[in-house]
Design a protein around this ligand. Structure first.
Ligand code: 3UK
Length: 546
């Protein structure tokens, strides 16, 4: 293990050494567990070759890799486009290995082709969410010293407004520009001979506040999540058809909609917009078998299941937020399938605690993914007894490496990745989510986990969605406040509020019930589908002040 931490990195293929130069200092790295046979990668490794070109070598060249409303591309056709874009970068845009390339697009085939072109050419991908504005794009462009951008023409305006002195080339597709450059480019491209530990992705994550953090991942990390979580927990087949909603700029979507299907030569259906109201029809139309989306989406989709033929589905993964047990049950009722919950993080690249279908305990997140270790620790990093809440700490083949960021020392402590979540581990080793560390509400001396109150509220038939936070209170310090979106046909009045309060008191310890209930039309969510509790907390402050 020590060897793992101090081993020298293999010679880099990068001619622009920015990424490696800005890795955190070695003493701030987490421990990487790479001893298992499935993680024994060769020192020279290009993940685009392994994930894309290998499929053609293995005879899957004519199998559909990507299905989108606009086009279907076989592995061979996708590889052709990837090679042309890689040649455009290297011969027409004076790109050198190690350069950072920003990608900006909804989920479509050009986005994936551009992604793999950058990987294959030895560049560093910085994928960005479509909804980001010039200000946020500018922060990333400057922080990662980005020289090139490939962008869907429909989203270029915001990018052009960003303040980015080092951005030298911005090329758009969809308007014929990148297409024209590809037409004159060669369809063969020799992959850059990257090191397994060359950086290939900087995934930005905003957290609830503050400057976005850039998480750096190596070529080998992209394969480790396929050979870890996907191969051992998800266990997809080459005949699978993947579908889902998370943006490819979110590593949940990258893994679930591109890397995992490609590692086994399967097919991915990419949708630019996949709201939960529309996903069931898409699943039916494409006979999709594996679905990746957020817990709230499954809740909406469960209500629509009777109107669509989703019988093709065989595996459904939920991540991004805690999966409330009532949603697990509603999905099982509607489809007969056990939702596969998993906690992942941008820092860890993908999911590290989850369970195979035969090991699922409804309400628990699961067990450490094979290759990972997880434990619940106190403030000093010492393991707490089973059954005691504490901070979740993990190690595995992937881990946190922030781009030039003092917050590295917060996320990595004593060689462990500290995710910022409060968990309980039970006697059988299962991990039960409690809350984000800062989502604990302290009211009249009691510790109350907001998500637990949300789960109780969600079992009431009037509740469509809810968010529970602490609101300032003169007497109790804080009171539990629920922001509730009702299903149509229920009145937002005192009688409903009282009914919800009584319901919670019957479901969980009565002191946890929401003393304050506010009915709202929508809840604030991030583009990755997470409830923005900090926004609700701010609102609770203002509402109380008013
Ligand atoms: C929370 C969960 C309870 C948790 C992600 C799968 O969400 C992902 O990455 P982010 O960096 O956020 C990480 C944080 O989100 N969380 C995620 N999944 C769960 N909480 N149960 C869950 N199942 O607070 C975690 O620390 O946006 C998820 C794969 C890749 C990802 N990047």
């Amino acid at each position: 293990m020590d060897g793992m931490m101090t081993a020298a990195l293999a010679p880099s293929a990068h001619r622009d050494s920015f990424a490696r130069d800005n890795l955190p200092p070695r003493e701030q790295w987490p421990v990487f567990l790479l001893d298992r046979p499935e993680f024994q990668y060769p020192a020279r490794l290009n993940c685009a070759v392994e994930l894309l070109d290998r499929n053609i070598e293995r005879g899957r060249g004519d199998h559909p890799a990507l299905v989108t409303p606009a086009e279907t591309l076989t592995y061979r056709e996708l590889a052709d486009r990837v090679n042309r874009i890689a040649n455009v970068l290297t011969t027409q845009l004076d790109f050198v290995p190690g350069n950072r390339v920003l990608l900006r697009s909804a989920n479509n085939a050009w986005m994936v082709a551009a992604y793999f072109a950058v990987l294959k050419a030895g560049g560093v991908v910085v994928a960005t969410m479509p909804l980001l504005r010039a200000k946020e794009l500018g922060q990333m462009l400057r922080k990662a010293r980005i020289s090139h951008a490939l962008c869907d023409a429909r989203l270029a305006e915001e990018l052009r407004k960003a303040d980015a002195p080092e951005l030298r080339h911005l090329v758009t597709w969809g308007d014929g520009r990148l297409e024209a450059m590809c037409d004159i480019a060669c369809a063969e491209f020799a992959a850059c001979d990257t090191a397994a530990d060359d950086v290939c992705l900087i995934g930005f994550t905003s957290g609830s506040t503050g400057e976005p953090k850039g998480t750096m991942h190596f070529h080998r990390d992209m394969l480790a999540i396929c050979d870890g979580y996907s191969a051992q927990v998800l266990r997809p087949e080459p005949s699978d058809v993947f579908i889902g909603s998370p943006p490819l700029a979110f590593t949940f979507g990258l893994g679930g909609l591109v890397l995992f299907p490609f590692r086994v030569g399967a097919t991915a259906v990419l949708l630019e917009k996949a709201p939960p109201e529309e996903l069931p029809a898409q699943i039916a139309q494409h006979r999709a078998t594996v679905c990746f989306t957020a817990p709230t989406a499954y809740r909406v989709m469960a209500g629509l299941a009777s109107q669509h033929d989703m019988s093709s589905l065989r595996k459904c993964v939920s991540a991004g937020e805690a999966l409330p047990k009532p949603v697990f049950e509603a999905w099982q009722q509607a489809t007969g399938l056990k939702l596969m919950d998993g906690i992942g993080a941008t820092e860890m690249l993908h999911i590290f605690v989850a369970a195979r279908e035969d090991q699922i305990r409804p309400g628990a997140t699961g067990l450490p993914v094979p290759g990972y270790r997880a434990r619940v620790v106190d403030e000093d990093g010492a393991e707490v007894p089973r059954g005691t809440p504490g901070r979740l700490a993990v190690q595995g083949p992937t881990g946190c490496r922030y781009l030039a960021d003092p917050r590295q020392a917060q996320y990595v402590q004593h060689g462990w990745n500290i995710t910022g979540d409060t968990y309980v581990q039970d006697e059988d080793g299962y991990f039960w989510y409690q809350a984000r560390n800062d989502d604990m509400i302290i009211s009249a001396g009691y510790n109350i986990a907001g998500p637990e109150v949300e789960v109780a509220l969600l079992t009431h038939p009037a509740v469509r969605e809810c968010g529970v936070v602490g609101a300032p209170d003169g007497e109790r310090g804080m009171v539990v406040r629920a922001y509730v979106v009702l299903h149509p046909g229920h009145a937002a009045d005192d009688a409903t509020a009282k009914a919800l309060q009584d319901h919670v008191k019957r479901e969980i310890a009565p002191y946890k019930y929401p003393r304050s209930i506010v009915f709202v039309d929508t809840l604030p969510r991030t583009e990755t589908g997470k409830l923005q509790r900090f926004a609700l907390r701010q609102r609770a402050q203002q509402d109380t002040a008013a």
